[in-house]
Design a protein around this ligand. Structure first.
Ligand code: HEM
Length: 198
């Protein structure tokens, strides 16, 4: 989907066209969905430097707290809305400013579905639902902007040259080895040059 772009079927898109995040909303949606589903970083951790309280639970100084960011963005849906909303009163005052993102629908949260990131008018909505591949806050990923830019360039330029055809189901699982980052067990693609497409 091209927003106010010149027709680019006759030439590759330029760097400026791809890198401008207000262009190509479907490209943004695909990249956000790839990062949501791939759960590159399964979890981040923090060590408490003083006694503290988290969601009503007392946590002593020196405790390692694990936050499963991968599962949250992939599985938190409107099915858990009541639990999430119910925690409001035990949140710290600075965390009570209200939720900034929507909830994924329970019926399709487990699917790869870039359209979930698009508004009715086709524009990209970065806060459509939970998304934490780069974590958050002061220690969030330093390279987020560079990583997103590289992904935009890579996905756009490969798509210009080839169509990624469906692969057989047996080669298409979401199985992964989770270490510090999440490694796919299977990683197959079936690229077909556009001029050889039936
Ligand atoms: C898809 C690609 C990437 C993903 C999913 C990713 C994800 C993450 C995550 C989850 C963290 C931990 C944040 C936390 O503890 O809260 C992190 C930290 C970090 N990332 Fe990335 N990252 C990516 C690419 C990059 C790139 C390209 C760079 C550098 C050019 C980079 C530099 C860093 C640095 C320096 C930190 C440590 C920040 C700190 O502790 O203050 N990352 N990243």
């Amino acid at each position: 989907m091209l927003n106010n772009l010149p027709v680019i079927n006759t030439r590759p898109p330029t760097y400026a066209e791809i890198s401008d995040e207000t262009n190509l909303p479907y490209l943004s949606a695909v990249i956000y969905e790839i990062l949501r589903c791939s759960r590159t970083a399964a979890a981040v951790d923090r060590d408490t430097t003083c006694d503290t309280t988290l969601l009503g639970y007392p946590i002593p100084k020196g405790t390692r707290v694990l936050m499963p960011i991968g599962m949250v963005q992939q599985l938190e849906s409107n099915g858990s809305k009541d639990v999430t909303d119910g925690l409001h009163s035990v949140r710290s005052v600075s965390s009570q400013r209200g939720r900034k993102t929507g909830y994924w629908s329970e019926s399709d949260v487990h699917l790869f579905k870039p359209e979930r990131w698009l508004r009715q008018d086709g524009s990209f909505n970065a806060t459509a639902g939970p998304w934490l591949p780069f974590s958050y806050g002061f220690r969030g990923c330093f390279g987020q902007k560079l990583a997103l830019l590289q992904l935009r360039l890579f996905v756009a330029m490969t798509q210009v040259n080839v169509f990624f055809d469906a692969i057989p189901e047996e080669l298409n699982t979401w199985e992964s080895h989770e270490t510090v980052t999440n490694h796919p067990v299977q990683c197959y693609v079936k690229p077909v040059p556009w001029d050889q497409l039936n």
